[in-house]
Write a protein that binds this ligand. Structure first.
Ligand code: BES
Ligand code: ZN
Length: 661
């Protein structure tokens, strides 16, 4: 009898074991309350919060996703650490509809939404409960503990900027709606009532309900089997609903809380990693990110432990406005990076690298963008070198360097928007992308080469370790570097030019130049084309790496005739490229030169791609000529509604688009 039972149970046990692989192990118990920085440079002028008086330390969300109303709503329970004399806490809101605020026992607490400030939203001020939380007896001396707990009942607005609600037509399957969020920079205050500032780290947990058969993923560790048939509400208005629970035990900046829901399935890649996507996309997605485990190993070998447990990704529908977003344990990716040959996987390396730079150590102020993005771009290149080899890494570095030089040329070497640390007298978001990403990469490459790779790597590893799960500033980065690597060596200090790099504009003269050999062959072809009009042979072109093809297209003369464009497309097959980076560069060159045959191609591209990096420049190219202006208006009228608020705001500005009243 006994044997029979266990035999019968056997498949069940295997099933459970199979699920256990899918089930992400919890990363342990809740981490400590993170410190906040109080220095002037750490100050975030984009939040209403006064974290020294009272700050949020933990968030517990219980929310329902409503696709018909385009809202997310329910309750948020906030743990607060307040100073003794504090009477209230100020949160960030942007259009939240708050219906009630209470203490744990349900007693009403006073609350008020203040006046809206353009771009920032409005402060949500809440009177703290008279009753304080009891201090956990197990806590050690000096260990921080929350002092209050408040319960907020609320609903997001349908136009919440963090959330994009896609119709079934905007998905690959065409059958179910889709939702994704984008928190960075200050969008999460449109769906989560908390202190939305990168220096105020919070642990969080969430239970989310969504209509069947949609799956929900978040930037936290899923509890239980993510694909279980766990119906919580039979016969609800929109059919049966299921609940999904997530936990993030590491204190994170709140812009890293993210959600996506859709008809998505999971594909395991290795012991720590997997990818989610719609069934129509999952195969291509899993193929493309097939080097992920190797990349994680490379990241660990370079700069220390991966501290988040699993690393999963989701490939979103094409409306996603960015290439990728480093949401912890669940990177969000555009499908437009899929080329079939992993040639755009610098993106995956980049978002993975944020698991150290950005997510372990996080800027406290938006003015220190390079600390997240520049350090990550450098790290990305180091992973690419490990996984794809030195040649490809050097080519990608050369592209980055050329982008920096061109960016500075166009912006002006004395323009404050070219300083890595955004100066106090301009908007914290005014710094140009190349000054954050490419200048940051070149800076660290320069330091690496002056100091030597081995000591520099050891220093960067301890930097991530020392400040893990903490906010940081440019000052802290430079101080730590000086204290541990320079150690008063005046000659070395002078050679590095650290302050000029971080606070100065333009390109410092010690910048580490890419190896001219990296693109020797392509640059030869560029010169041959410029001087004699000779195009590379089609077979030669097809043998080039994606980086080589991009280099050639980026170095083309600004002005090209109709005959030249026709020859380029015929010989090189540009409009047929499977690589969207290459296709984009072709379309940009064609449109800025008023090339009629490219218009239908551009129209298809702009209808299928929502990534701002591609969409905005193409509309700009069209808008720059009298020929293109009406074309831009015509195409945009068709495609605008499919774009994310971020992409839309950029193109609206370019085209001076006025929403019909
Ligand atoms: N964190 C950024 C995206 C971001 C930055 C969103 C600032 C909002 C505000 C992400 O890691 C990123 O840099 N994405 C790039 C990837 C590229 C550099 C490989 C992108 O989307 O193009
Ligand atoms: Zn990034």
């Amino acid at each position: 009898m006994r044997a029979t039972v266990s035999l019968l149970l056997l498949p069940f046990v295997f099933l459970l074991a199979g699920c256990a692989d899918l089930m992400s192990p919890d990363t342990g118990k809740r981490g400590p309350i993170a410190p906040i920085l109080t220095s002037e440079e750490a100050f975030d002028d984009q939040t209403f919060a006064k974290p020294i008086e009272a700050r949020v330390t933990h968030l517990d969300l219980d929310l329902a996703v409503d696709f018909d109303a385009k809202t997310i709503g329910g309750t948020a329970v906030l743990d607060v650490l307040a100073a003794d004399e504090a009477q209230e806490i100020i949160l960030d809101s942007n259009g939240l509809r708050v219906s009630a605020v209470t203490d744990e026992a349900g007693n009403a607490l006073p609350f008020a939404l203040g006046d809206t400030v353009e771009g920032k939203g409005e402060p949500l001020t809440i009177g703290l409960p008279a009753q304080k939380l009891e201090r956990d007896g197990n806590l050690g001396e000096g260990e921080l503990a929350p002092t209050h707990r408040i319960v907020i009942e609320y609903l997001s607005a349908p136009e919440a900027e963090a959330l994009q609600w896609l119709s079934p037509q905007q998905t690959a399957g065409g059958e179910y709606p889709f939702l994704f969020s984008q928190g960075q920079a200050i969008n999460n205050r449109t769906w989560i009532p908390t202190q939305d500032s990168p220096g105020i780290r919070q642990t969080w947990e969430a239970t989310i309900s969504a209509p069947e058969p949609l799956n929900v993923v978040m930037s936290g560790v899923v509890q239980g089997d993510p694909q279980a048939e766990d119906v919580v509400e039979e016969g609800a208005e929109d059919g049966q609903r299921r609940e999904f629970s997530f936990v993030m035990n590491n204190a994170v900046p709140p812009y890293l809380i993210a959600i996506a829901a859709g008809n998505i399935e999971f594909r395991e890649l290795g012991p720590r990693s997997g990818v989610w996507a719609e069934p129509e996309v999952i195969e291509a997605a899993a193929q493309e990110v097939g080097d992920t485990e190797e990349m994680i190993d490379a990241g660990i070998a370079l700069f220390g432990d991966y501290r988040w447990g699993r690393y999963d990704m989701i490939v979103l529908p094409p409306a996603f406005p960015y290439g990728g977003m480093e949401n912890p344990v669940m990177t969000f990716l555009t499908p437009t990076f899929i080329a079939g040959d992993r040639s755009n996987n610098g993106l995956v390396a980049h978002e993975l690298a944020h698991s150290w730079s950005g997510n372990l150590t996080t800027y406290s102020s938006w003015r220190d963008g390079w600390l997240n993005e520049g350090v990550t771009s450098y790290f990305e290149n180091r992973i690419v070198e490990e996984v794809y080899g030195e040649e490809r890494a050097e080519q990608e570095y050369a592209l980055s360097y050329a982008g920096l030089v061109e960016g500075i040329e166009n912006t002006g070497a004395d323009n404050p928007a070219t300083a890595m640390r955004t100066p106090d007298d301009i908007s914290p978001f005014a710094t140009r992308g190349f000054a954050i990403y490419d200048k940051g990469t070149v800076f660290l490459r320069t330091v690496e080469n002056i100091i030597g790779r081995e000591p520099f790597d050891a220093w960067l590893t301890q930097w991530f370790d020392t400040y893990a799960f903490q906010p940081v500033t440019s000052e802290m980065f430079l101080n730590d570097l000086r204290e541990k690597l320079i150690k008063g060596d005046a000659a070395l200090e002078e050679q590095l030019m650290l302050d000029e790099w971080v606070y100065g504009t333009g390109l410092p003269e010690n910048a580490w130049k890419p190896d001219p050999e990296a693109f020797a062959q392509v640059d030869g072809a560029v010169s041959a084309y410029a001087s004699a009009g000779t195009l590379p042979d089609g077979d030669v072109w097809r043998g080039w790496t994606a980086a080589e093809q991009r280099r050639f297209l980026e170095e083309l003369p600004e002005e090209l005739s109709e005959e030249q464009l026709a020859a380029l497309d015929t010989t090189l097959g540009l409009s047929q490229s499977a690589n969207n980076e290459v296709l984009f560069l072709w379309l940009e060159a064609a449109l800025r030169n008023e090339y009629d045959p490219a218009v239908p191609q551009a129209e298809r591209f702009l209808a299928r791609v929502g990534r701002n990096k591609f969409v905005s420049p193409l509309f700009t190219a069209l808008n720059n000529t009298a020929w293109g202006k009406p074309i831009a208006q015509r195409i945009y009228a068709q495609t605008r509604s499919g774009y994310h608020a971020y992409t839309r705001s950029n193109v609206d500005a370019t085209l001076q688009y006025e929403e019909p009243a």
